[in-house]
Design a binder for this molecule. Structure first.
Ligand code: M6R
Length: 613
């Protein structure tokens, strides 16, 4: 986790860096800091807690300098306090470092450095890096050689940036296992450029118009007025800069009070964009995955969190349309098994960020077994996208709110289109059926708009149940993943103990939870499972439970049985209904969280991109 940023250019570095941190704070937000470099030395400012604490400190104690590095932290080693906030410096303040990742041999290095006289000021793993660099400089290495040598001694994963006090116009960056990008502006009239580094594209905006991705093992040397040299294994490497497609608007909240609210509202446009890229003249456009899908007889989905819920729907789609055997695996479990790798197996990694450490490890494990890997990712510059054999982009645009919303519905639709692609490759999708399913997909953006337009019952329920200590979500078939996803949303942003169950399983134990204090949210759209769900709702009602139904607004039986109904439009194809059913649950979590005074974009203890184990 954590986000790192850096700037070299004509502007005052501190404000540029705090904007970059603002865009990276979804990666961690328990402390923040920056250092600038001038001829007078290194100037450090750090603050515990939210970024605004650092901003207030900078207002009280401004720093000058046109070169700087900055960090927003999600604590791994050491409590989230100012002492442990980055940047970290060596005892003599000769070098400052910001770091994303984990240095696994930090204990050993710390003891060795302490034996040589280093005095540590924090409990972090990161602090070994500046002490190590300072020692290597004292041993006579120049700045770049010291970074090169340090990388041979550091174990674990990192993207780090270092500034040396005796070279205040230069930033050195190294990558192994954690993402980092180099950004640069268009050249000014005199040929100079502004340079940036960042863990993610939004933080490069608006100063950089082009970016290059560092690979594992790369060391980049950035110098004023705009040169970038990269080396790999000691040999020079030409960085490939590409135009940045994301605009600054896309990473701004605009008129919304939170990124989550904005991203929920964006869903019709996101689905329309994905369909636009995958349907031409009513027929499916098949991205080239470099694979013979006809020969695939077993698919393994790897994912975490919300992406895992989407993959559960992917299994249903593939089984229904392509009759392929599918396994859904949580990445952190898959990576520590010795999964059977048989011919005909395809691994599909699903990840919004494309940087989730466990999913990436699963991808690497699969590749080590010579299994082909497809990545269904939102961030197409991510490590998973680059390491997968084929990529299915979600095109959802930057998702900044920690709670995934628009990426989830895009994942579900993306998986549906992928299932159609596999079905077509296997000769199981007659043209008429393809046209029918794509017409059903085409109806989704409007149905999503209509469903989102009616949130009266959601607001009413949030008023009634915001103080509840627990909430249960029930669903059957395709709505079981919706129940899990609805519960995850409520847990992560409203801190309510929420659980999702397959409704048929509820009576095997969890029904003991039911009382008049427990809201039970029952997903009961007009699909093949409706009658069974109505029976499950009766079971809860018979035990005095408080029931919120999620289904057709004009379903009289549902209205009779439930205290409240969240109305959702009916999809023309049952398989697609979960895309609509999740919408009121996203909004319910949002409204409940607001009533409980929670920060929906930055829930406690979390970070959006989980790049550590
Ligand atoms: O970027 P990924 O899709 O790989 O992230 C996976 C999970 O960390 C993520 O979905 C997480 O569960 C979200 N906070 C859910 O809202």
């Amino acid at each position: 986790m954590c986000g790192i940023a850096g700037y070299i250019g004509p502007k005052v570095a501190a404000p540029v860096l705090t904007v970059a941190l603002e865009r990276l704070k979804y990666r961690g937000y328990d402390s923040a800091g920056l250092v600038t470099a001038t001829a007078d030395g290194l100037h450090l400012r750090r603050a515990e807690g939210r970024l605004r604490n650092l901003q207030e400190k900078l207002e009280r104690e401004p720093v000058s300098g046109h070169v700087g590095i900055a960090h927003t932290r999600w604590a791994t080693h050491g409590a989230p306090c100012e002492r442990n906030a980055h940047p970290h410096l060596d005892g003599g303040c000769t070098v400052a470092v910001v770091h994303n990742g984990i240095i696994e041999n930090h204990d050993h290095l710390r003891k060795e450095l302490q034996a040589g006289g280093a005095v540590f000021a924090s409990e972090t793993d990161t602090e070994v890096i500046p002490h190590l660099l300072a020692r290597l400089r004292r041993d006579g290495l120049d700045a770049r050689a010291s970074v090169r040598q340090a990388c041979t001694l550091l174990e674990g994963s990192y993207a780090f940036a270092a500034i040396f006090a005796d070279e205040p116009e230069r930033i050195l960056v190294a990558r192994k296992g954690s993402p980092v990008l180099i950004g640069r502006s268009r050249p000014a009239a005199d040929g100079s450029r502004e340079l940036m580094i960042a863990s993610d594209i939004p933080a490069l905006l608006p100063h950089a118009q082009e970016m290059a991705i560092l690979d594992d093992g790369d060391i980049a040397d950035l110098r004023a007025p705009g040169t970038v040299e990269v080396e790999h294994d000691g040999a020079a490497k030409i960085p490939v800069f590409k135009r940045i497609e994301v605009t600054a608007d896309a990473v701004d909240k605009g008129a919304y009070d939170s990124f989550m609210a904005k991203e929920i509202a964006e869903q019709p446009a996101v689905l329309a964009r994905l369909l636009d890229s995958r349907v031409r003249g009513g027929r499916l456009v098949e991205p080239d995955l470099g694979l013979d899908l006809k020969a695939v007889n077993h698919i393994v989905f790897l994912a975490c969190g919300t992406s895992w819920h989407a993959s559960m729907l992917g299994k249903r789609f593939l089984e229904a349309l392509a009759r392929v055997h599918v396994e859904v695996d949580i990445s952190s479990e898959y990576r520590y098994r010795n999964p059977v790798a048989s011919g005909g197996t395809l691994v599909v990694a699903i990840s919004q960020s494309g940087e989730t450490a466990d999913t990436l490890a699963g991808v690497r494990l699969a590749k080590s077994k010579f299994l082909p890997v497809v990545g269904l990712v939102n961030v197409v510059t991510s490590t998973i996208a680059r390491e997968a054999d084929g990529v299915l982009p979600l095109l959802a645009g930057p998702e900044i709110g920690v709670a995934s919303t628009k990426a989830y519905t895009a994942q579900v639709l993306g998986l549906f289109l992928f299932a159609m692609q596999v079905a077509r490759a296997k000769g199981l999708l007659p043209e008429a059926e393809e046209l029918r399913l794509l017409a059903a997909c085409a109806a989704l953006p409007e149905l999503v708009t209509a469903t989102l337009a009616d949130e009266t019952a959601v607001v009413e329920a949030a008023d009634l149940f915001a103080a509840a200590e627990a909430t249960v979500f029930l669903g059957r078939g395709g709505e079981h993943p919706t129940a899990l996803e609805g519960a995850l949303k409520l847990k992560e942003i409203a801190y309510i103990a929420a659980s999702g169950y397959p409704a048929g399983e509820f009576k095997h134990g969890p029904i003991a939870l039911v009382s008049r204090h427990l809201p039970v949210i029952a997903l009961c759209p007009r699909d093949a499972m409706r009658e069974k769900m109505l029976s499950n709702i009766q079971e809860v009602r018979a035990r005095a439970g408080r029931i919120i139904g999620v289904g057709a607004g004009d379903d009289p039986q549902l209205r009779d049985l439930c205290d409240l109904v969240f109305p959702v439009r009916s999809a023309p194809e049952d398989l697609l209904q979960p895309i609509l059913s999740i919408l009121p649950l996203q909004r319910y979590a949002y409204h409940v969280a607001q009533r409980r005074g929670c920060d929906v974009d930055q829930p406690r203890n979390l970070a959006k991109s989980v790049t550590v184990e």
